[in-house]
Design a protein around this ligand. Structure first.
Ligand SMILES: [Zn+2]
Length: 269
């Protein structure tokens, strides 16, 4: 099997979007003392949302991004996280579709991947909102990625040495930079995230993810400088976590290694 019927893909996307709407709740309530239980309410007027206000993406579009009662604006973050989570679910399922005749093996790869990508989505949005990478989620990413190196469908297994060392090699230069500059150039949360990248992607794809993050970050940074002029200076803090996670996404979904990127440049020489 190499593809699902459209209707099955749509159901996977919608299921992902529903999980995305839960991730929005996690992002808003983490570290606020509020639990994850209880009905969803409007952040402005406190109105309990009814079922038709809780349909991922669609409710936001139908309501034109406003609360039905108080007309206050519902942040674009809500439908965006729902939509992207839907795409992540679809992308992950399609990635492992070749395993599908063997359903346990398919689930073995899909379920942890989906969980890790939900964790990364929370980290990215939380870092944009609060300019900090939440410890709980980055530790989940590190520990589960590391465990997945040792646990295979056949049981406990010693991983390839380089896949394991990648978790230490990739953050090392940035940890030294953090130490030398007293944390002014890069945040320690970004270094923790890089450790998880090493365990999750291995050395080749992990280096690709970090390189892509720096390039995309530099391009966006220059763009912000040009677009906002005075308001943005070289000292304006732009969270780096979302760029790292974008880099992970490109490396992971395109299966792009450092060697693939190096080969782009031999094209010019
Ligand atoms: Zn309201």
């Amino acid at each position: 099997m190499n593809s699902f019927p459209f209707i099955v893909q749509l159901i996977i996307f919608l299921f992902g979007a529903i999980i995305g709407s839960f991730l929005n709740v996690v992002i808003y309530r983490y570290n606020t003392g509020r639990t994850l239980g209880g009905r969803s309410i409007c952040m402005s007027c406190g109105k309990t949302l009814r079922w038709f206000e809780l349909i991922p993406v669609i409710s936001w579009v139908v309501q034109a991004g406003k609360c039905v009662r108080c007309r206050s604006i519902i942040p674009f973050q809500y439908p965006l996280v729902e939509f992207v989570t839907g795409l992540l679910f679809l992308g992950i399922v399609r990635m492992y579709i070749g395993l599908l005749p063997n359903i346990p093996l398919f689930l073995w790869f899909v379920v942890p991947s989906i969980f890790l990508w939900c964790v990364l989505a929370v980290i990215a949005v939380y870092d944009i909102r609060h300019k900090i990478i939440p410890d709980l989620f980055v530790y989940l990413f590190i520990v589960i990625s590391a465990l997945l190196l040792f646990i295979t469908p056949d049981g406990f297994f010693m991983p390839d040495m380089w896949d394991f060392l990648a978790g230490f090699i990739i953050p090392l230069p940035f940890a030294l930079l953090w130490y030398a500059t007293g944390g002014r150039v890069i945040g320690f949360g970004d270094i923790k995230l890089m450790m998880g990248i090493g365990f999750f992607l291995g050395l080749g794809m992990g280096i690709a993810a970090v390189m892509l993050a720096f390039w995309i970050g530099a391009i966006i940074g220059v763009f912000l400088l040009l677009a906002h002029g005075k308001d943005v200076t070289m000292k304006t803090q732009i969270p780096f976590g979302p760029f790292l996670i974008l880099g992970i996404a490109i490396a992971y979904f395109c299966q792009l290694s450092f060697l693939d990127i190096a080969s782009w440049f031999t094209f010019f020489t």
